[in-house]
Structures are given as structure tokens and as C-alpha cells.
Unconditional design. Structure first.
Length: 172
């Protein structure tokens, strides 16, 4: 009986250690897709100051999912470690709210085209100009002139690519 009990404890310990090792070799992340190039994406993971690089690998499900995911949109993903790389195993767009108004601080303007905004409470999100906004020089100049820390209020809607700015106001 004692031997059986010791064997059961040893098996449980080995199983727990293997589970812990598996968790170190995989994970979940959510954040803003900053850049998509070939088989590499950069995600500014929630809570991080700098983007994290992920490999897309060759999984057809991931490749197909990426066809509908563009820069400047939120994503949630799972990954596994392959050597030193984090390889995406699943990915999907994460639309917290499809339309509305957000007030928050500018984190960064990317490529003079889209802005990352962090509300007082909640997660940072990304916003790109919509058609009428994009065609208005004064609106685009306002977007391009934003600096980190500026307070802004944005009204937006979401299309098949990303959140689109309808109006942008720089607050005092």
C-alpha cells in the first residue's frame, strides 16, 4: 500500500511538472497589431510599452485568419514557443465596441495614419481615418500633429478592416 501511495505521488508530481513546462512553452496575448510583414507580426500586447514579435508559421488556419486582420486593429491570440520564437497558433480580431465615442490619451501616432488611444479605464485601441475624415486636410493635419499624452475624443465606426475615425477633437 505504501509503495502504491508513493508511486501515485510521483506520477502526480511528474504530471504537474510537465503541465507547468507546457504552459511556459505556450501562452495567450491580446493587443494592437502594429505591423504585418510576410510571416512575422508585431503586437503591442496590453500592458507592454514595446511591440512583441510573433511568427505566423505555416498553419493554414492562422494564414486564413490573417487575411481578415489588418494593422491598427486589436487581436487576441495564442502561441507556442518554437525555439526562441513565439509562433501563433490561433488569432482573431478583437472588437471591444464596434462604434461609439472614446476619450483618452494618445499613446502614439503610427505612420501619420492611425493613432493608439488609451482611455482612463479600459484597454488601448487603434483608430484610422474614415473616408470623409481622410479626405479633409485639416482633419488629417490634426491627426498627424498629435503627440503622446494629448487628450483626444474620437467618434468612430468599425468596418471590415479597423475602427474608422468619424470625428477627432483634441481636448485642452
Amino acid at each position: 500500500m505504501f509503495r502504491f501511495l508513493m508511486l501515485a505521488i510521483a506520477v502526480a508530481f511528474v504530471s504537474t511538472s510537465a503541465d507547468a513546462a507546457d504552459k511556459k512553452d505556450s501562452g495567450k496575448a491580446a493587443g494592437i497589431l502594429i505591423e504585418k510583414k510576410n510571416d512575422i507580426i508585431k503586437i503591442k500586447v496590453d500592458g507592454d510599452d514595446e511591440p512583441t514579435e510573433f511568427s505566423l508559421g505555416t498553419d493554414k488556419k492562422v494564414t486564413d485568419a490573417m487575411k481578415g486582420i489588418f494593422d491598427a486593429c486589436r487581436v487576441s491570440l495564442t502561441y507556442k514557443k518554437v525555439g526562441d520564437a513565439k509562433q501563433v497558433t490561433t488569432i482573431k480580431r478583437q472588437i471591444i465596441k464596434a462604434q461609439g465615442t472614446i476619450t483618452g490619451k494618445v499613446v502614439k501616432v503610427y505612420n501619420d495614419f492611425w493613432v493608439e488611444v488609451k482611455p482612463k479605464t479600459g484597454l488601448a485601441d487603434a483608430f484610422a481615418p474614415g473616408g470623409a475624415f481622410f479626405k479633409n486636410k485639416a482633419s488629417m493635419d490634426l491627426l498627424k500633429g498629435l503627440q503622446p499624452g494629448d487628450s483626444v475624443t474620437i467618434t468612430y465606426g468599425t468596418d471590415f478592416e479597423r475602427h474608422r475615425i468619424a470625428t477627432l477633437k483634441k481636448n485642452k
